[in-house]
Design a protein around this ligand. Structure first.
Ligand code: PAF
Length: 283
């Protein structure tokens, strides 16, 4: 398996793949790979000749320096996991910060037609400019045919689809189902930082989403939201940051339900100092 640390070498390699008409699927990651990533990579390999995986903790998408410093960096075990999936058909791009940003570690300012102002955008200042900046750069370097993103970060997925559409990037952006642990907790690189009692408590998030989904069948969005807020107010370990039922097209909070629209419930919760997000399709 080839591991590229600089873009010049990767660009040459991708040139050679393209000259042989090989297709390339791409899974951008920040490392600390888990089964959720594996499922994206396996899908990329099923649908393409090769899969490229980037491992890069992108500084411009963190609104907290502490979160950036504490983000897990596990390159050695990441590479071992990738080798188990395929030694021959995976290429890894794991660059240092200056290979991406040069001397200026800053993000470009994007408009994603308002998607960026909802939910995560309200709570994580500048986050989606950072995500847009890195994903656009990675798409330009890797030049994949298809790119795979998990629906756990549903807002990110919608924003990347918008980025690709607005900037005419020749990449098909594919959303993939949330991968969950057997107790329901959505897979995330942050889970490995949870202390045992918080890890034990965390499946409450998905359980609450499932019940919220059932309640949404016969109750208004407001009623369901009130119920969720109350559930977390009574929880001794998990602190709710937001729960929102939103239209999946605009990501705006629903005021009145319409049978013609599709909705999803989105949640962000603190388990100690670890921020966990999740979501569920409601109809
Ligand atoms: O979802 C992530 O891991 C990151 O936001 C991404 C898409 C790799 C960009 O840094």
């Amino acid at each position: 398996m080839t591991i590229f640390e600089n873009k010049a070498d990767l660009i040459l390699f991708v040139d050679s793949l393209k000259s042989e008409n090989k297709t390339l699927g791409f899974v951008p990651t920040m490392g600390a790979l888990h089964e959720g990533h594996s499922s994206l990579i396996i899908k990329a390999l099923e649908q393409n000749d090769f899969a490229a995986v980037s491992i890069f903790v992108n500084p411009t998408q963190f609104d907290s320096k502490e979160d950036l410093v504490k983000y897990p960096r596990t390159l050695e075990s990441d590479v071992a996991l990738l080798k188990q999936i395929s030694e021959e058909r995976i290429l890894v791009y794991a660059p240092p910060v200056d290979d991406i940003y040069g001397d200026s570690v800053t993000s470009v300012s994007f408009s994603f037609d308002g998607l960026e102002h909802e939910m995560e955008g309200k709570f994580r200042n500048g986050h989606f400019d950072g995500v847009g900046t890195i994903v656009k750069r990675l798409f330009e370097i890797v030049r994949p045919d298809k790119a795979y993103f998990g629906e756990k970060d549903f807002q990110q997925l919608m924003i990347i689809k918008k980025l690709s559409e607005k900037h005419n990037l020749p990449v098909e952006v594919i959303g993939c189902k949330i991968h969950r642990a057997t107790d329901g907790l959505a897979m995330s690189s942050r889970n490995m930082r949870l202390k045992p009692k918080y890890r034990e408590a965390a499946p409450f998030i998905y359980k609450t989403l499932e019940t919220a989904k059932r309640k949404f069948g016969t109750n208004s969005a407001n009623k369901v939201t009130e119920w969720v807020i109350n559930e977390f107010a009574n929880h001794s370990l998990l602190e709710l940051e937001y729960f929102i039922i939103a239209d999946i097209e605009t990501l705006r909070e629903v005021k009145r339900k319409s049978k013609l629209k599709s909705y999803r419930a989105f949640i962000a919760v603190y388990a100690d100092d670890i921020r966990l997000i999740d979501n569920i399709a409601l109809n």
